[in-house]
Design a protein around this ligand. Structure first.
Ligand SMILES: Cc1cc2nc3c(=O)[nH]c(=O)nc-3n(C[C@H](O)[C@H](O)[C@H](O)COP(=O)(O)OP(=O)(O)OC[C@H]3O[C@@H](n4cnc5c(N)ncnc54)[C@H](O)[C@@H]3O)c2cc1C
Length: 313
């Protein structure tokens, strides 16, 4: 028989937003329960060095997330290895069903289910992820000072990332499978004027290659989408910029979404359209997408939830 448990605050997701919400909600004596989901620790567990987490000039992503989890536990947050499979926000208390069968009811819910970078799906891309293949120029551009890199994609993100990466790289090759970019005109103008960027039309990556010891990228094999001709581009970094998918499946029919699936929140807060439901981190944010901004929003969500619960009482 499935158990039902009640909590004042249910936090869904265990990335920087979720664990920070856990720390703050615990310190507000709200005795929160946090459900970790399929990826305990979130996206940072899939990377190696993180150099922009304040207080650590260098930290391994998985280590940072182990520390965040320990911090949330130490403050009193109950952390549960389970997945929320269904969430009913239509009446209070809100109800979450989980994979294990346990049902949680909650006075307030903090959604921190994050987002996923979209990848090409190549085995060689998987092999070099975190070792030359990245989906985040802000996170990893700094590692490629003076080196040649390629960026894959044709939308705003790809053009913005290519432009940003010219701050570090000696040359950026933008690879796009069509002959036209889907980016804003102003960005395309900047791209065309930048002497460090070359655009390779009608091409897609066939394979990323490199060394095994140490693991590192040496180049990509690209295929012409019309002729099938394969060529080599030497490079040390490959940035995949083909978009992100926010994990908003649980709430897509219950909350307002924006920009292709991100949960909308009131400006300057984490309040969603439903009172008592808050959203934080990459789930709401298609602009910054950083650990520190997600943690900041997790803090805001816990404070917003605390205020909401105090008002109810
Ligand atoms: C390869 C890589 C490298 C990066 N490097 C950096 C960097 O150097 N610096 C930086 O600041 N940022 C970096 N980022 C970005 C950073 O990881 C994200 O901005 C941050 O993790 C977002 O935090 P979040 O808490 O919003 O969600 P996420 O980290 O995306 O975590 C989402 C959480 O939600 C859970 N979840 C999802 N669905 C459910 C469900 N149904 N039930 C329960 N739980 C669920 C998942 O299990 C996961 O724990 C990197 C990202 C990647 C992919």
């Amino acid at each position: 028989m499935s158990a039902t448990r009640h909590t004042k605050v249910l936090i869904i997701g265990s990335g920087p937003a979720g664990y920070t919400a856990g720390v703050y909600a615990s310190r507000a004596m709200l005795e929160p329960i946090l459900i970790q989901g399929i990826e305990p620790g979130g996206q940072l567990t899939t990377t190696t060095e993180v150099e922009n987490w304040p207080g650590d000039s260098e930290v391994q992503g998985p280590d940072l997330m182990v520390r965040m989890e320990a911090h949330a536990r130490a403050m009193g947050c109950e952390i549960i290895g389970d997945i929320v499979t269904n969430l009913d926000l239509s009446k209070r208390p809100f109800t979450a069903q989980t994979d294990s069968g346990t049902v949680y009811t909650a006075d307030a819910v903090i959604l921190c289910t994050g987002a996923r970078a979209k990848w090409l799906g190549l085995p060689s891309e998987e092999k070099f992820k975190g070792f030359g293949v990245s989906a985040c120029a802000t996170c990893d551009g700094f590692f490629y000072r003076g080196m040649e890199i390629v960026v894959v994609g044709g939308g705003n993100t790809a053009v913005e990332e290519a432009l940003f990466l010219t701050n570090f790289a000696s040359k950026v090759t933008l690879i796009h499978r069509r002959d036209e970019l889907r980016a804003e005109k102003i960005l395309i103008n900047r791209l065309e004027k930048n002497p460090k960027i070359e655009t390779l039309w009608f091409h897609e990556i066939e394979e990323v290659y490199g060394t095994d010891a140490p693991l590192g990228v040496e180049g990509v094999k690209v295929k012409h989408t019309k002729t099938g001709e394969i060529t080599d581009i030497a490079c040390k970094g490959v940035f995949i910029a083909i978009g992100h998918a926010p994990a908003s499946e649980l709430v897509k029919d219950q909350l307002a979404l924006h920009s292709g699936g991100y949960v909308s929140v009131e400006a300057g807060s984490t309040r969603t359209a439903i009172a008592g439901v808050f959203a934080a981190g990459d789930l709401t944010d298609h602009t910054y997408r950083q650990a520190v901004t997600s943690a900041g929003m997790g803090c805001m969500a816990a404070l917003d939830a605390e205020k909401f619960i105090a008002e109810q009482e």
